[in-house]
Design a protein around this ligand. Structure first.
Ligand SMILES: [Zn+2]
Length: 352
């Protein structure tokens, strides 16, 4: 086993229920992304230390949680562009007073989910620790990058404002994701959760094209999903969304689903490491080095998806191999570059 590992969960007493919660010294750490223009930093919420996002190297399996909204956003006006606070969806009472904002609820769910994941031994990156209406978030780049540098799944949390009859959570996967992609695998793990779960009785799942979820940014080899946790226009959903009990239950169940997904993810990478090892052992000349194109072909046939399909404008020159273990990267010669050498012109994409 070569990936960063987390400690196995064990009940603290022989007859204690297995909640997945580890003793304090084995729990993970929450890192918060600070959006200082041009230099994205992560703050370790335990030690207070800061590290540039680009230099972040995961010590444990790391999950990126992205609570939607909560920054200034540019809005076109008659005189130009103004920066206004982006609360996301809001709900008002009969006097027209705001009683709930999406930015605040997503933040609360994100912190609870982050704590539930660290309880299970994961490290977590929060793309926003607080509402931050004094600053603008520079598009989606730092959020996707946080997931890329952490080599783990990206889960964006939002609250819907749909017609009042709609209720319950649903998961969104980018339309361009391969049906076997890690995003669909994570989605399926959450959708098929235990009966009685918060996610059960949900609206099912949907696909849309969303920049932050683009498989061309994070690749099919890295999970990227959005969860609409509930509909704030529905009275029962709103009560749930604002209830600390519901928030805690949702967070624990989501953490358990992510945990289950990650077990499969680690197993797939371990299997791929084994295949590489077999080839190495069968080679009379010792260690085998692969070109990026060979490695890409092997990975695609083993995992069952294209690594980076349908790149969009921004990513057209990029070729990420996210979420894979270091021996795989070590076996690539020359090392992974931002250019995709599988095409003569150096552009990624496989013509579809
Ligand atoms: Zn939203």
């Amino acid at each position: 086993m070569t990936e960063p590992q987390r400690p196995a969960a064990r009940p603290s007493a022989p007859n204690a229920p297995d909640t997945g919660v580890l003793p304090p010294e084995q729990r993970g750490t929450i890192f918060v992304l600070n959006p200082d223009p041009g230099e994205w930093r992560l703050t370790n919420t335990r030690s207070g230390e800061q590290v540039d996002l680009e230099r972040f190297r995961p010590r444990r399996p790391t999950i990126t949680l992205d609570p939607g909204h909560g920054y200034l956003k540019p809005v076109r006006t008659q005189t130009g562009v103004a920066q206004v606070p982006d609360h996301g969806a809001t709900r008002s009472n009969e006097h027209g007073e705001t009683i709930a904002t999406e930015s605040r609820l997503t933040k609360e769910f994100a912190w609870r989910t982050a704590r539930a994941l660290t309880d299970r031994g994961y490290d977590v990156i929060l793309t926003r620790g607080d509402n931050n209406f004094s600053r603008a978030m520079d598009g989606f780049v730092p959020r996707s990058d946080a997931a890329i540098y952490s080599h783990g799944p990206l889960i964006s949390l939002h609250i819907d404002a749909a017609p009042p009859a709609a209720s319950g959570p649903f998961v969104i996967v980018d339309k361009r994701s391969h049906r076997n992609s890690e995003s669909h695998r994570l989605r399926a793990t959450i959708d098929h959760a235990n009966p009685g779960d918060s996610m059960n009785g949900s609206n099912g799942h949907r696909t849309m094209e969303l920049k932050i979820l683009s498989p061309a940014v994070v690749g099919n080899n890295q999970a990227s999903i959005m969860i609409e946790i509930g509909n704030m226009a529905n009275d029962r959903d709103l009560r749930n969304l604002q209830s600390p009990t519901y928030q805690g239950q949702f967070a624990r169940e989501l953490a358990r689903d992510i945990d289950r997904y990650m077990e499969g993810r680690v197993a797939r990478n371990t299997e791929f490491d084994r295949i590489l090892g077999e080839r190495r052992d069968a080679s009379p000349r010792g260690p085998v080095r692969y070109t990026q194109c060979e490695m890409r072909g092997m990975m695609e046939s083993t995992f069952g998806y294209d690594l980076s399909p349908k790149p969009t404008k921004r990513e057209s020159g990029s070729f990420y191999m996210p979420g894979i273990s270091s021996p795989i990267l070590d076996a690539i010669d020359p090392p992974v570059t931002p250019r995709d050498p599988c095409k003569p012109n150096g552009r990624s994409g496989r013509g579809h």
